[in-house]
Structures are given as C-alpha cells and as structure tokens.
Design a protein around this ligand. Structure first.
Ligand code: CS2
Length: 453
C-alpha cells in the first residue's frame, strides 16, 4: 500500500509526524530542482518550522525536466519520509511541507503562475552546479541559458510581479557553488541585461539573492532501500529519502520579504556565509571528490569503504588539514581541525551506502570550487598540494572511461582532452576547458600528466 493521506492510519507509529494543519497552509516557496537533497534538507527544515507553529510556507516543488519526482510524490499527496541512518539505527519522519510537484517541461505556465503568485516570497534552488549554465570564465553561457534554463523560468514571472506592482522575491541558491547567492545574482543580471534590460533596476532593488551553505549527505535512494523502508514503516514510499543524522544550513540573512522561522529549528542566519561555505566546499566536497576518483581507482564502491582504506585515509586527512584548511580564513567560533575530524567520521558512516560514482558525476562543474581554488591559494603562497594533484590525475583517468561511462555535461570533449598528449594544458589554465581559476606550473603539470599515464 502506497503512502498517501488516505493511508496514513497504516503508517507505523514509530514514524514522527508533522502534526500541523496542512490543508490550511498557503504555498510561500517555489523550489526549483526538487531532488532527494532538497527533500532531506530545505523541505525538512521548513516542515520542522511549520510543525513549530510557522504558517504558510508550503512548498511547490518543480522538476526542470524529468517527471520522475512528480510521479513519485503527487500520487502520495506530496507526502514522503526522511530517514536518518547510522550505526545507531533508523529514525524516520513524515514530511508534509511539499504541496505539489510540477514539471517545468510541460507545465511551464503553471510554474510561472506559482512564482508570480502574491503568496510566494521565496524561490529556492537546488539545480546542481551545471544548472547555472556557466562558461569556463564564470560568465553566463547564453547558448546553454537560452536553451530552456532556470533564468527564463524566473525572469518571466519577475516581469509579471513588477508589472502588477507586487513585491520582489528572495532567490535562494542552495547549490554547492562558492558565493552561490552572489553568483546567481550576477548571472541573473547578465540574463536580464540581454533579455529584459528594463527589469534590471527593479530586480536589483526589490529582489535579493542570499548566499547559503547547505550540508547533508543524501545518497540516491535505491529500490532495495525502499523495500527495506516499507517493511519498517508499513507503507510503500516511492519518494523516500535516506540520509545521515547530521544536517547544517547557514543562510545569509538578507531576504527581500518574509522568511520561515528556519532559525528556530536549527538553521543559522548570519551576516557572512563565506567562511562556512568555503570550508564546506574545499574540505567536505573536496575530500568527497578525492575519495570518488581515487576510491574508484582502488576498486571501492562506497565512501565508507574508501575512507576505511588505510592507504587512502591519511591522504584524505592531508587534503583536509594540510591542503584545504590552511587556505580558509575561519569565522568566529569555527574550528577547522574539529571540522576535519567530524568529516572523516561522517564519511565512515557504514549505514549510508553512499556511492562513489554518484559523487564522481559532473566533475567539470564541481572541481573549480572544490580543488582549483585550494590549488590557486596554496600556489600563491608557494605551497604544494600533492594530494589534490593525485586527485586530478585520477579524474583524468576517470574521464578516459576507466570507471565506465562518464556522467558529465561535457563528457565527450573532456574525454578527448584527457586522451590527448597534454591533458593538463587542455583542461586547466588560461585556455583550459574547465576553469581559469588555477594556472598549473610546469612542474605540477608534468607531475599530473605522469601520474595519469
Ligand atoms: C557530494 C555532495 O555528490 C557530491 O558531489 O560531494 O552531494 C555532498 O554529499 C553534499 O554536498 C553534502 O552536503
């Protein structure tokens, strides 16, 4: 029997319920990119806030392309469970925050209507790194942006809100990009500059794009997970997400209008997100990508196996403590050494089954903020990063297909570059395909090309 409002009586009593009047809540948030991460993170916080008495923050979820999530959630009245898994066991919560799921391709008009609706105050995003359509120099790639992207989907209802004299919106990027809010604002500016320049001044004055640091490890749910969960909770939940107990959300407190009381349920509202965001991207995500490419090369499938390998663990420790941490200006109360210790423990969680191949996806979009910024900062101080160089060599081998088909929006060109005579020059540096953030020295380039042989 499938999870839904009609079948709630059959839900195991051990599952925590949201307990607020769901039908009476207006939808205050439109979320673009409603994948597993959003459901285990921002929607979960919003659910907790509404359970604590906050109102009218129901979420309209939007999938940009695939109908999968809509098919998983709509027959369940938007209901799903979040299960925290660790050695200590399973702990499930029923989440009621998501009202409906729309698919932009096919329901574009409805998505635009929801964003233009006066009850909507926030448009949040988890569209992954590639969803921002950035060129290697960080500017907006119009060829991508004009081929059906989030920008048009936001620009049109913004125009309607402006013309109707409605309030602006908060655009809340929850993706793993450095300065994600600032980048979104700049890219949106570029888009409007070309397509609706008359809206620019209003956008800049009436809308805000706060930066956020989001953190929760959420492996893709498998059929085996769903079967095991059904046996525990008594209902089949096709939209279930399984995650770790840890969760963190740091948000720049710069909203254009009202916001949920997320700070009352664990999120941190701060004036400067940068120290948290930089530490998370260079340490957690940087170590993750290293574990992915080097772990796969060692024949591992899961993160906990790779971190358990006595050859790899010291390398991850060195990446965290000797290469990444020294490049980060810690904020008040931030302890990077303790953070490194906690990360290694989280990676070792044996109950998560987080696949390395999932992290290995979209390397061309991830590595600039995870590794290249660290490399550039160390280079400026004359310091070497042997572990990250080893990671880059493993990525180049990955691009050649040694771990199977490559999942990356630029897989074909990247594969050709990786097979060429000088992969480092083709991928990095001033003319590199990936990013110009880091210009490798000749010594570094030779070392990587040799390791990648
Ligand atoms: C991972 C992230 O898939 C990946 O690239 O590094 O999804 C990571 O699990 C999250 O950022 C953790 O907050």
């Amino acid at each position: 029997m499938r999870l839904s409002l009609a079948h709630l009586a059959a839900l195991d009593s051990a599952v925590t319920r949201f307990g607020y009047d769901r039908a009476g809540q207006a939808s205050g948030i439109v979320h673009l990119g409603i994948g597993a991460f959003h459901r285990a993170h921002q929607a979960w916080y919003t659910d907790l806030a509404m359970a604590a008495g906050d109102r009218d923050w129901a979420i309209t979820g939007v999938s940009l392309r695939a109908p999968t999530v809509a098919e998983q959630m709509n027959p369940q009245d938007g209901l799903y469970t979040v299960t925290e898994r660790s050695e200590a066991g399973w702990n499930s919560r029923l989440v009621g925050a998501v009202r409906e799921v729309l698919v932009a391709q096919g329901q574009r008009g409805a998505v635009i209507d929801r964003i233009a609706d006066p009850a909507t105050h926030i448009v949040s995003l988890t569209v992954t790194e590639k969803g921002y359509c950035r060129a290697a120099d960080g500017s907006l790639d119009f060829a991508l942006a004009d081929a059906g992207s989030l920008y048009a989907l936001i620009a049109e209802p913004l125009r309607r809100r402006h013309d109707a004299g409605l309030a602006g919106l908060t655009l809340l990027s929850c993706d793993n990009l450095a300065d994600n809010g600032q980048q979104l604002a700049r890219l949106m500016d570029e888009y409007l500059g070309r397509h609706d320049p008359g809206l620019l001044a209003w956008f800049e004055q009436a809308c805000t794009c706060p930066s956020t640091m989001v953190d929760r490890i959420v492996p893709a749910t498998t059929d085996a997970d769903r079967t095991e969960l059904a046996a525990r909770i008594g209902l089949d939940d096709q939209a279930a997400v399984l995650t770790e107990p840890f969760s963190q959300w740091v948000i720049e407190d710069r909203f254009a209008g009202p916001r949920p009381r997320w700070h009352a349920v664990g999120a941190e509202l701060v004036s400067d997100v940068r120290p948290y965001e930089t530490a998370k991207l260079r340490m957690l995500n940087g170590a993750h990508s290293f574990l992915a490419y080097v772990g796969l090369a060692h024949g591992h499938t899961y993160v906990h196996e790779a971190i358990g390998n006595p050859e790899l663990r010291p390398l991850v420790e060195a990446l965290l403590r000797e290469e990444a941490a020294p490049t980060i200006a810690a904020g008040a109360g931030q302890d990077l050494a303790a953070y490194a210790t906690a990360l290694v423990e989280r990676f070792a969680n044996p109950a998560l089954n987080h696949r390395l191949i999932q992290i290995a996806m979209d390397g061309s979009q991830k590595l600039p903020q995870r590794w290249l910024e660290t490399l550039a900062a160390n280079q400026a101080l004359g310091r070497a990063c042997p572990v990250i160089l080893q990671g880059i060599a493993a990525w180049i081998r990955h691009l050649r297909g040694v771990n199977g088909p490559v999942d990356d929006p630029r897989a074909l060109e990247l594969g050709a570059a990786a097979r060429g005579s000088d992969p480092v020059a083709a991928l990095f540096g001033r003319l590199g395909m990936v990013s110009n953030l880091w210009l490798p020295t000749e010594v570094d380039a030779a070392a990587i090309n040799l390791l990648a042989k």
